[in-house]
Design a protein around this ligand. Structure first.
Ligand SMILES: Cc1cc2nc3c(=O)[nH]c(=O)nc-3n(C[C@H](O)[C@H](O)[C@H](O)COP(=O)(O)O)c2cc1C
Length: 241
């Protein structure tokens, strides 16, 4: 099969399944492979500000079910994976990116390294640094607002902008993971129906970490598919200019 056909088949086959078959647990090595693939997802500035928490112990899964509002997808899942944004790690990740820069062996390398230094040393703090009073956000908004009057400029500033950046990348990782699980012959259900405060406590998340979504994984059943897949007509969604 051509790669494009394989990808189309995966996208067609992936459905949100809300009732998994307890007789077919998903082997751990499947999760290992799919989580590794999730790390290959595109992400903003390669900052990789995410964490994938694999909830596999029976006791922890049982604890999560009521926190996921008792959803059947959670109670019947073989595994749960929480996709977490880790904005709190921005400094460590910026440093990690800088550490990856090879020593300059030529003038061209030196130029590239200077650019990297500017990017991770100056721009990333502008995007991610936060303070309690919100002063850095205000300065950012002013700065981008004024410069934006004269030329195209990325309008970053509000705390919400930063959260959007973090959740975009994390959701892409969740999608990579779900398609990988589909390719292994198993099923998933992404969930945002959970108590974020209690889940954060149960997972001992540090301040600054947020739950993007929790993905239930298992062998899907027919009863777990709630009807035909319905989509609004493509003309209402795809705009061609
Ligand atoms: C971010 C996100 C959150 C979702 N939360 C839930 C949820 O809490 N419970 C649930 O049953 N389905 C949830 N879904 C699944 C959607 O309802 C489902 O993707 C949509 O109806 C389309 O169906 P399909 O995935 O089978 O194509 C969620 C999907 C996404 C992307």
């Amino acid at each position: 099969m051509r790669e494009t056909d394989m990808y189309a088949a995966l996208c067609e086959r992936r459905r949100s399944n809300r009732k998994f078959d307890p007789a077919h647990p998903v082997p751990d090595d499947v999760l290992d492979r799919c989580l590794e693939l999730a790390t290959l997802s595109p992400n903003s500035s390669n900052m990789q500000l995410w964490e994938f928490i694999w909830i596999r112990s029976e006791s922890m899964k049982a604890r999560m079910v009521p926190l996921c509002m008792g959803q059947q997808a959670a109670s019947t899942a073989s595994h749960l994976v929480a996709f977490i944004t880790r904005g709190d790690l921005w400094q460590a990740r910026a440093t990690w990116n800088l550490d990856q820069v090879p020593k300059a062996a030529s003038e061209k390398d030196e130029k590239r390294n200077k650019l990297m230094q500017k990017y991770y040393g100056t721009l990333m703090p502008l995007v991610y640094r936060q303070d309690v009073l919100g002063i850095s956000g205000l300065i950012r908004r002013l700065f981008t607002g004024v410069l934006g009057l004269f030329r195209p400029f990325m309008r970053m500033g509000k705390a919400g902008d930063r959260r959007v950046v973090l959740h975009k990348s994390c959701a892409l990782a969740a999608q990579t993971f779900m398609l990988a699980i589909t390719s292994e012959g198993y099923d998933t259900c992404p969930m945002e129906g959970f108590d974020r405060v209690r889940v954060a406590r149960a997972l001992s998340l540090p301040a600054g970490a947020e739950i993007c979504m929790i993905v239930a994984v298992g062998k899907g059943t027919e009863a777990g598919i709630y009807g035909e897949r319905r989509r609004v007509p493509s003309e209402q969604v795809i705009r061609k200019l």
